[in-house]
Design a protein. Structure first.
Length: 110
């Protein structure tokens, strides 16, 4: 389980920031990098968020199908075994914020 350090946000539009201690957002943000997040944002397919799951906190890419099933994808596709699926009505995931990135990240095709 990774540990994320909460730090004050000083970026425009961010509500809080997190320093990564792992490669959770590789290759887009390196371990040791800082990510800025905004709370209370509706996520769209392809957005990256910080989620609480039954296994703990995780950065993942969000996607929801037409039936309401939520898919959370790892950004590092060599770690795709870490992808998570939540059927409609699941208690999880809970989104704590959207990661503010300078460019969109394409959804995985695998």
């Amino acid at each position: 389980m990774a540990f994320y350090e909460l730090i004050p946000a000083d970026e425009s539009g961010a509500d809080f920031a997190v320093v990564l201690d792992d490669g959770a957002l590789a290759p887009y943000v390196p371990a040791g990098g800082t990510v800025y997040l905004r709370r209370s944002v509706d996520l769209c397919d392809g957005d990256v968020g910080l989620f609480r799951t039954e296994k703990g906190m995780a950065f993942r890419q969000f996607c929801q199908d037409s039936r309401g099933t939520v898919y959370l994808f790892t950004l590092d596709r060599s770690e795709k075994a870490g992808d998570l699926v939540f059927p409609v009505g699941s208690r999880y995931p809970v989104c704590y914020g959207k990661v503010l990135l300078d460019r969109p990240i394409p959804l995985p095709m695998d």
